[in-house]
Design a protein around this ligand. Sequence first.
Ligand code: C2E
Ligand code: CA
Ligand code: CA
Ligand code: CA
Length: 274
Amino acid sequence: SKEQGRNRWYFFEQSMQHRILLRQQLEAEMQTALQQQQFKVYFQPKVDGSGKLTGYEALLRWQHPERGMISPDEFIPIAEQSGFIIELGHWVLMRACQALQQLSDSSLVIAINVSKRQLQTDDFVESTLAAVLSSGVPASQLEFEITESMLMTDVEHTRDKLEKLHRQGISFAVDDFGTGYSSLAFLKNLPIQVLKIDRSFVRDFLVDQKDYAIVDTIISMAKALNLTVVAEGVETVEQFNMLSQMRCDLFQGYLFGRPAADFAAPTLLQATEN
Ligand code: C2E
Ligand code: CA
Ligand code: CA
Ligand code: CA
């Protein structure tokens, strides 16, 4: 009825206002939150086909004193919009460098997520290299995860920045690969070494033929282009076994470990028949 419609609109409007208010509050609180060490970097292991640890992905968390743990899906978009992600992202980079110092294992790589806004700043290359240099860790132990859409804007500048960083040893992974609307030409023209198959394809690829075809195609293409391919969101042994058979190189997901505040060793794979 018309009455119900009005009510629904009213609640919709209310919740919209609530969301806008929450956004504004979170945005206003971020700066102090960083000073008060409310942001944490969690680490999720990545393993190779034998289950051996190859490194970690650094994932941000906000331990809010009143609201509890806030997911990055909630606060990263706000930080991106306000520009605070530039400072926050740089802090994550420094934490990743510290982590590498602590781990002191030159075989491990730490991946961080770099947002578009960060990559677009004029001094991104300089400030990144300054932080890495002063930490003393080899740049080759760092990997930057970027998304396809970031490679589609400002192509010339982006290529220039990626090349400068790659010359110093930093590698680049395309995150959420296959979910963006992009041409594949960038794989030819940019210094990309890793493709990460998005979790949304991995979830059902054992039962969904289309997802299977997409996963298979991404792996084959990665092989043909001599890129390392990582599957994210691996939750079951069956998924791991099939992905291994399909020649996926690296694996990340709850099967091996959830993101954690410490450098947890990956869960050991049980010896499985097959
Ligand atoms: P992402 O880069 O695609 O990260 C993978 C997400 O999948 C993480 O969510 C991780 O916890 C989750 N995940 C990993 N394995 C599994 C699994 O087996 N099953 C399921 N269901 N989920 C799994 P998280 O930590 O909530 O991060 C969400 C997103 O927030 C990230 O997606 C990334 O886009 C963004 N993000 C996180 N940290 C940072 C950061 O430091 N900087 C930037 N710019 N973005 C970040
Ligand atoms: Ca990522
Ligand atoms: Ca991802
Ligand atoms: Ca994602």
